[in-house]
Structures are given as structure tokens and as C-alpha cells.
Design a protein around this ligand. Structure first.
Ligand code: HEC
Ligand code: HEC
Length: 651
């Protein structure tokens, strides 16, 4: 009887992972972006102190791929090629990556996580490069570049791991191989029993944290989980969990290249880390991983231009990717965390460079990728010049003049120099009622409330609170200043998410600084000489378009596959398309829209996925920001976006 259930379960589970087969190429080119090979390798694998994967590194290395084979056994999850099918770039063994893991994975040896156990273990987590390293394939060349959006499917990775863990738990044979790999010569009955116990504990923890219930979509398992929960001291949480499952079913799938970063950070910090599960909400504001060249010098970051402090953004992200943190006012270690602020500072400095751009009118740090004519094809100079004229007329009002122009470096766009003689690029933000693109991302900070009771917040943050737009002026060019109004944030039942997150991260950072005896001057330096200033406009920022050709899909939610369709009227943009293919379309500028098993269907009719707005059309309407463009004009603009620079148009 037991076996029949098991076999049924196995068949059920095996159908649950759906990962594509990816053709591989041995012809690999990393584009030149101003980093040394060593800097790149280090950036790819330096830990920010996260424990994204809720299992020790040894388990991760010993897990078999989900599913079963009639004869023989499945390969390991970490085996070359398997994670590549989820879009992860195969890594090289270097001193920074002794384990030879894919780009963006890092191992922290001998850490403790009081939430898991008192003994030390080796944690595995994601670092910036997991989400911010781009790749594409052209003529069988695999082109890679730093700071570009990653073609990875993170939610599928978590599903794969969850299913692999469950299968290892329920299938004796899998478990026996798993324990042999982990225990080796210490594979005794007693040790096996212990390992099994930890495995069960981990699975239960996952279920308790509702990490993946709805994603597993295993009705039978869900019932079992509920029963487990009932038998354990979480009885009063059952209703909450049921509500959350129901609610999260309404989430919008993220798929390749996207993540609902804001809502997930909120869920992890205020839901999982505090244990207050009521703070967990559905994730329906997916965004495309933004590109990172030049962003260190943006006064405001995030698509909705909501955060000023780089260390707040980075440390907040690290908490979101599951760094360990204590959030409990009764704990003597309240706000202690595993976040590594020193590493975050190093990464930020590598991205932004240490020489301020206004000094020599040039950005240091990570450079935008260049359109290599030998790989992508020659730039047609005539069309390029025509595109330059169109850009000056139709685009640069929002996306700024070319970076090699005098105008770009004028105080129209840069803040007044501060005491350190530093200026920041204060990018225009555009009212969503005017730009007409999907509002979900911007609404998160405007609408979401969290219960912060017992966290122990008593923290000063800063706020830019104003009317940014008027009826006839939907574009706000910024105050050109870093001044903001101080506000105290304390605990409460329904506090604004934005302020609460800002205050929590601030407290976590303060704890680290104190714990590491960091002098004030060094703290200010690490904070990027900017205050923890926050704002929540109903708007998205317009940014310079250098290197934009390498950042498909487009708009903040990735709902438009290529530049050609972005410059076309909405009714000519595809309503559904597939993400997952690495094949680059050099003509339309984006990934080729190929349908294949395991690719992600992006359906633009679902909440958070709208492909409307930012439209060039002769039919006036919401979201129309300019006149219609002929097909030739669209291609002229595409030609110009390959190399944005001042063009002598008199010749
Ligand atoms: C799990 C994926 C993930 C990881 C890991 C990650 N990011 Fe991001 N990052 C995102 C997403 C998604 C956004 C966009 C969020 C938004 O605006 O709603 C983002 C936004 C940003 C931005 C703002 C860009 C802009 O245009 O305003 C910067 C800068 C940034 N990340 C830097 C980093 C750095 C540095 C690290 C490592 C310390 C890092 N990120 C780690 C996914 C990630
Ligand atoms: C009224 C201001 C405005 C004008 C004019 C404008 N844009 Fe934009 N653009 C924006 C804003 C705001 C966004 C971000 C919208 C979003 O992500 O939802 C954007 C986004 C984009 C993106 C996508 C960036 C990304 O990260 O995916 C591209 C490409 C782009 N614009 C190209 C152009 C071109 C080419 C023109 C001229 C033909 C142009 N824009 C004119 C404001 C403008």
C-alpha cells in the first residue's frame, strides 16, 4: 500500500518540473566593460551574507535532479549543464569559486544561523551577479556581460530544489544515495537517522514559512503539510496559512528575467524573518532585472526612483535574498544579521568606480556593453545619423542627451555638489498616468502596509514628500538636491511598507557598524555620502539608454520583447510571448520570441504584466507620449541605440 502511494506520488511529482533544454556553445565572449578578469570573478562569487537556499552547501551538492529514471539514477542538480537550463551561467573554478558553482552563487563557510541550528554550517546563497549578469547567443557565440539582466528563472530553481528535497525524503533509494554522498565514511545508521531528521526539519520549516507550497502545487502534499502543521505548535496559524495560500494563488508568475523584488523583500523581512505570517502578500508586481552600469551615480534607484541610499538598497536586497536577521525587540541581538556590509561596499565601489564621474565628465566603474560590429553586425552610419535626429527630437527630453555631449553634464541633470564635492544624476521621473505603463511596481510602496509590532523600530529615516506632478507637467526633473525631511519610524500594526523597510534596514546597518566599530567617517563613506531618504511617487524614472540593446525584455516589467515592438503602437506588440531563449535578434533588438518546452509564457493580460504605455502613435490616448513612427524610423532609432553619441548632423 505504502509503495502504491509512493509510486503515485512520484509520477505526480515528476511532471512538476518543467525546465527547458538549452543548447550550449563553447564559443564564449565576455564583453569588455572596464573590469579586470579578477574583479569580474570576484564580483561573481563574493558573498553578501545571504542564505538564499535554505539548505547547507553539502546538501545542495548532493541533491539529485527531480524525477526518476526507469534504469539508473538522475544526475545531480549541480552537474554542469543542469543549472544552465534555468539560465545560470556555468562558472569557472577560481580562488573565489572553489566549488565551481554557476555565476552568482557563493558559499559562506562555517556560519551560524541561530534560526536553523547552533552549530556552524556552510551556507549557500545568491549574490548580485545571479540576477545582474546578462547573456545572449548570436551566430553560435555565447556573449556575456556584467550588470545586464540575467536570463535566469529563480522561482523554478526554488521549485526544483524543493521537489528534489521532498523526493529525497520520500524515496528510500534516493535518500540512501544522498546520505552516502554527504556522510561518506561516516555513513552510519545513527548519522543517517540524524540527517533524515534534519531533512524533515528543513522541509517542515519550508512549509511553515510557506516558501513553496503553492508553487509545488501538490494537492496531496499540501494536505499532508496541513496535517503536519496541525500536529505541531502552529495550530493558530493554520487559518492564516490557508488564507495566504489562497491569496498567493493570485500571484503573477515571474518566469525568466523577472522577479517581484519589492513584494518578496517585504514577505521575507516582515513575514518570514519576524514570523508574522500575516505580513505575507501575493507577488503580482514582477520586474525585469534592471541593468547596473552607471546606476551607482543615480540619485534615486529602483524603477520607481524610491531609494537614495546605496547601502540601504543593497542591504535591503541582501535581506530580501534571505540573509539571516533577528527582528525581535526582546532579543539582546535585535537587528543582528548575516549581511556583509563590507562586501556590499566593495561591490558598490566596483560598480560605480571611485572617481566621481563629474570630475572628468566620464563614468568610471562598470561600463555599458559596446555593440561589437564583429559579432552583432555593422552599424549603418546613414541610418544611425537619421536615428540621432529622431532621438534628439523624441527621446532625449526624458532619456537625456548623449553622454559625450556638454549638455549631459550640466546642472540640468546633476545635483549641486555637496560638501564632498560629489554630484549625482537626478533622473526625470514620469507620472504613470501619463507614461501609461503597468502601475503594479510603483503601487507597492504607495499602498502596502505592514505590521511591525515587536520589531523594536525607533529609527530616523528621511523622506521626500511632495507633489511631483501637475496636470500639465507629468515629468518631474528633480530637486537637484540631496535634502530630505527627517521622520521617526516606530512599530505599529499598519505602517507604510516603504518607511518600515527603510527603518529596518537602517537599524540592521547601524547594528553592523557598531558591532564592527566602524568610525563615523567610514560609515558615511560606506553609505555613499547620502542619507537614507525615501519616497514613493506614482512614477517611473527615465534613464540614459546606453547599452539598452543588451537589456531585453523591455519596460520595467519586461512586457515588451524588443525595441522594435516598443517603438510600435500597443496593438502591434505581442499579447503573449516566450522568455527563456538566449537567441538574440540583432534586427529588432531583443531575444527571439521562440516557443519551447520550459520557456516562460509572458501573458500581458495578467495583473502586473501590462504591455501598454510608452507609446508612439498617431491616435491620442493614455500612455501615448509621441507621434507614430514609420517602420523606417523605428529601425533608424534602433541603429542609433547601438551607439548613442553626439552625431554631426550638419554634414
Ligand atoms: C534575486 C535577484 C537580485 C539580486 C541577488 C540582486 N538584485 Fe539588484 N535588483 C533586482 C531587481 C528585481 C531590481 C529591481 C527592483 C525594483 O526596482 O522594483 C534590482 C535593482 C537594483 C538596483 C537599482 C537599479 C536602478 O535602475 O534603479 C541596483 C543598483 C541593484 N539592484 C544593485 C544590486 C547589487 C549591487 C546587488 C548585490 C549586492 C544586487 N543588486 C543583487 C534583483 C536582484
Ligand atoms: C515622456 C518621457 C519619455 C519619452 C519622451 C521617451 N521615454 Fe522612454 N521611457 C520613459 C520612462 C518613464 C520609461 C520607464 C517606463 C517603464 O519602465 O514602465 C522609459 C523606458 C524606455 C525604455 C525601456 C527601458 C528598460 O529598462 O526596459 C526604452 C528602450 C525607451 N524608453 C526608449 C525610448 C525611445 C527610443 C524614445 C524616443 C523615441 C523614448 N524612450 C521616449 C520616458 C520617456
Amino acid at each position: 500500500m505504502k509503495n502504491i502511494i509512493l509510486i503515485g506520488f512520484i509520477i505526480f511529482v515528476s511532471g512538476c518540473t518543467n525546465i527547458p533544454t538549452m543548447p550550449t556553445s563553447n564559443n564564449i565572449t565576455w564583453l569588455e566593460q572596464g573590469w579586470t578578469e579578477q574583479e569580474r570573478q570576484k564580483f561573481h562569487h563574493t558573498s553578501q551574507g545571504t542564505m538564499t537556499l535554505p539548505i547547507p552547501y553539502e546538501w545542495f551538492s548532493a541533491l539529485e535532479q527531480p524525477g526518476f529514471k526507469l534504469f539508473g539514477t538522475k544526475g545531480l542538480v549541480v552537474e554542469n549543464g543542469y543549472l544552465a537550463r534555468l539560465g545560470f551561467i556555468t562558472g569557472e573554478v577560481t580562488p573565489y569559486n572553489q566549488a565551481g558553482l554557476p555565476v552568482g552563487f557563493s558559499v559562506d563557510y562555517n556560519v551560524t544561523n541561530p534560526a536553523i541550528s547552533k552549530t556552524t554550517f556552510n551556507a549557500i546563497g545568491l549574490t548580485c551577479a545571479a540576477c545582474h549578469t546578462g547573456q545572449m547567443r548570436v551566430n553560435d557565440i555565447s556573449v556575456r556581460y556584467d550588470g545586464g539582466p540575467a536570463m535566469t528563472n529563480l522561482t523554478e530553481l526554488i521549485s526544483v530544489l524543493s521537489i528534489a528535497l521532498i523526493e529525497t525524503y520520500v524515496d528510500e533509494a534516493k535518500f540512501s544515495r544522498f546520505s552516502q554522498r554527504i556522510l561518506g565514511i561516516t555513513n552510519t545508521e545513527a548519522n543517517r537517522k540524524n540527517l533524515r531528521k534534519s531533512l524533515k526539519h528543513t522541509l517542515k520549516n519550508q512549509i511553515q514559512g510557506i516558501v513553496k507550497l503553492e508553487e509545488l502545487q501538490l494537492a496531496g502534499l499540501r494536505d499532508k503539510a496541513r496535517k503536519d502543521i496541525k500536529e505541531h505548535p502552529f495550530r493558530n496559524r493554520i487559518k492564516t496559512i490557508r488564507d495566504i495560500i489562497k491569496d498567493r494563488k493570485k500571484s503573477t508568475a515571474e518566469g525568466f528575467t523577472r522577479l517581484d523584488a519589492l513584494n518578496r523583500i517585504g514577505n521575507t523581512v516582515f513575514g518570514t524573518a519576524t514570523g508574522n505570517l500575516k505580513n505575507i502578500v501575493k507577488t503580482d508586481a514582477p520586474v525585469n532585472y534592471p541593468h547596473l552600469w552607471n546606476t551607482s551615480w543615480f540619485l534615486w534607484v529602483q524603477y520607481d526612483a524610491s531609494i537614495m541610499g546605496p547601502m540601504i538598497r543593497n542591504s535591503g536586497e541582501a535581506l530580501g535574498v534571505a540573509a539571516y536577521v533577528t527582528l525581535d525587540q526582546n532579543s539582546p541581538n535585535n537587528f543582528d544579521s548575516s549581511v556583509k556590509l563590507d562586501n556590499l561596499f566593495w561591490m558598490e565601489s566596483l560598480l560605480g568606480g571611485t572617481t566621481p564621474p563629474t570630475k572628468n565628465k566620464k563614468f568610471y566603474g562598470l561600463q555599458p556593453p559596446q555593440w561589437r560590429e564583429d559579432i552583432f553586425g555593422e552599424i549603418n552610419q546613414k541610418k544611425h545619423a537619421q536615428g540621432a535626429r529622431l532621438y534628439a527630437k523624441l527621446c532625449q527630453g526624458c532619456h537625456l542627451p548623449p553622454m559625450d555631449s556638454e549638455k549631459f553634464w550640466s546642472d540640468t541633470y546633476w545635483t549641486k555638489p555637496d560638501e564632498k564635492n560629489l554630484s549625482y544624476l537626478d533622473l526625470p521621473i514620469v507620472d504613470i498616468d501619463y507614461i501609461g505603463t503597468d502601475p503594479q511596481e510603483a503601487l507597492v510602496l504607495i499602498k502596502r502596509k505592514v505590521d511591525t509590532t515587536n520589531i523594536g523600530l525607533n529609527t530616523r529615516v528621511y523622506l521626500e514628500d511632495k507633489e511631483w506632478f501637475t496636470e500639465d507637467n507629468p515629468v518631474y526633473f528633480g530637486s537637484k538636491s540631496t535634502d530630505c525631511k527627517p521622520v521617526m519610524v516606530t512599530d505599529g500594526k499598519a505602517q507604510p511598507f516603504s518607511l518600515s523597510l527603510g527603518a529596518t534596514v537602517q537599524s540592521v546597518n547601524n547594528y553592523w557598524y557598531q558591532n564592527h566599530n566602524t568610525p563615523i567617517a567610514q560609515q558615511e563613506k560606506m553609505n555613499g555620502y547620502r542619507k537614507n531618504c525615501l519616497r514613493a511617487p506614482f512614477a517611473y524614472k527615465a534613464r540614459p539608454l546606453n547599452g539598452i540593446w543588451a537589456t531585453a525584455p523591455f519596460l520595467h516589467n519586461g512586457a515588451v520583447p524588443n525595441i522594435y515592438t516598443l517603438l510600435s503602437p500597443v496593438n502591434e506588440r505581442p499579447k503573449k510571448f516566450y522568455l527563456g531563449s538566449l537567441d538574440y535578434d540583432t534586427k529588432k533588438m531583443g531575444y527571439k520570441m521562440i516557443k519551447a518546452k520550459g520557456f516562460f509564457e509572458l501573458d500581458t493580460t495578467i495583473t502586473g504584466n501590462s504591455n501598454k504605455g510608452h507609446e508612439f502613435s498617431n491616435t491620442p490616448g493614455k500612455g501615448v507620449i509621441g507621434r507614430g513612427l514609420s517602420k523606417e524610423e523605428r529601425y533608424q532609432l534602433i541603429e542609433y541605440l547601438k551607439d548613442i553619441r553626439v552625431v554631426d548632423n550638419n554634414g
